[in-house]
Design a protein around this ligand. Sequence first.
Ligand SMILES: Cc1cc2nc3c(=O)[nH]c(=O)nc-3n(C[C@H](O)[C@H](O)[C@H](O)COP(=O)(O)OP(=O)(O)OC[C@H]3O[C@@H](n4cnc5c(N)ncnc54)[C@H](O)[C@@H]3O)c2cc1C
Length: 410
Amino acid sequence: MDFSVGEETRVVLELMERFVRDEIVPLETAFLTKPFREIEPEVERLRAKVRQMGLWAPAQPAELGGMGLPLTDFALVSEVLGQSPLGHYVFGCHAPDAGNIEILHEHGTPEQRRRWLEPLARGEIRSCFSMTEVELPGSNPTMMDTTAVLDGDSWVINGQKWYTTAADGAAFAIVMAVTDPEAPPHERASMIIVPTDTPGFDLVRNIAVMGHAGDGWFSHAEILYHSCRVPRENLLGPRGAGFRIAQERLGPGRIHHTMRWLGVCRRALDLMCKRAVTRPIAPGQVLADREIVQAWIAESAAEIEAARALTLQTAWRIEHEGWRAVRQEISMIKFVVANVMQRVVDRALQLFGGLGMTDDTILAFFHRHERAARIYDGADEVHKLSLARRILKPYRAVAEELKEGNRVFR
Ligand SMILES: Cc1cc2nc3c(=O)[nH]c(=O)nc-3n(C[C@H](O)[C@H](O)[C@H](O)COP(=O)(O)OP(=O)(O)OC[C@H]3O[C@@H](n4cnc5c(N)ncnc54)[C@H](O)[C@@H]3O)c2cc1C
């Protein structure tokens, strides 16, 4: 396995690192204290600059106006951009649009591509992905109540969703709905494109998450679909293929998320070190002189490196062997990296003391908003169960032999 990047990508990473530090981080105070809509003009100015620099949409294929970086290279990009909550958005590779672009690129009809994919890829419109329901477990989405019924030439959608990230101001939603209730559980749902100005698409509220409802791209909405009627040709991909398509996105999508989280880790560790060497704790002594602080820093650095190596190895294998070959690792990195991030951010908060609790640094934001990493993209427990199932499978197959053996486990 070779994780070294070519000269071109190395230059790109350096440019991005500098852009994040010099242009994006200075915008964070406004991001933390003002509605997203208020800072949007400034964010758009930065996006225009990124386009001019030829750094727009690093993960997107060149035919869509992106840089077309291979997955392992994009993983490194995602880490750099993840150091700021605005990094991915400014560079046009943010959730949920990045995933929706992949789906539309892979499965959209020519008309769907023209109408939705092209402006989305250029960053002219936004989108959202509407699957999780209020009343049923997102961890088992085959239990889904939202239905889409064909009526003449239209799909009529009814259901209640929530946590539809970035629905506020989005041009369309990709909605997961049951179209074939009699089919086997994993073939019941389909993806349907729903323009958000369709009558019956009701954005009930932006949900307050950890005390903050947010707005625009930075929000999570509850949405009621009631008799929401869209043309038949808004079906995205084959009928009944909703879960299969969602699964295809999992591998690359997971790398994007986990490397972004590692960017959060890097930032938190960097802040920790800066604070440790400057904060006096006794005459002539700073926090960094205390062994317990040194241990926090050493543990954080080691955990980050281990998580990073596992993630990059997984990215490399997805790229070279396909995601099916690394299903176990795709599950592992989800909960390993989410938990490393939580521990590192928590240590940083502790080290910063009262200052850590304020919004004068980015740490409290990370603490509030990145806690969700253990819940979305599959709750940690779901990934642990599926990983354990796969590990145990060959053992279960020989369980009878083990029982019949001499009961000595060697
Ligand atoms: C910030 C954020 C953004 C999101 N964005 C989107 C989005 O854009 N679109 C969208 O459709 N959804 C989105 N979601 C929803 C997310 O996908 C779900 O929250 C997630 O799938 C978990 O579903 P749930 O909340 O219904 O929890 P449940 O399924 O009710 O699970 C609750 C808890 O039970 C435990 N658990 C679950 N299953 C098992 C099991 N088999 N065995 C043991 N324990 C188990 C886990 O600890 C889990 O956290 C987002 C969520 C968050 C927090």
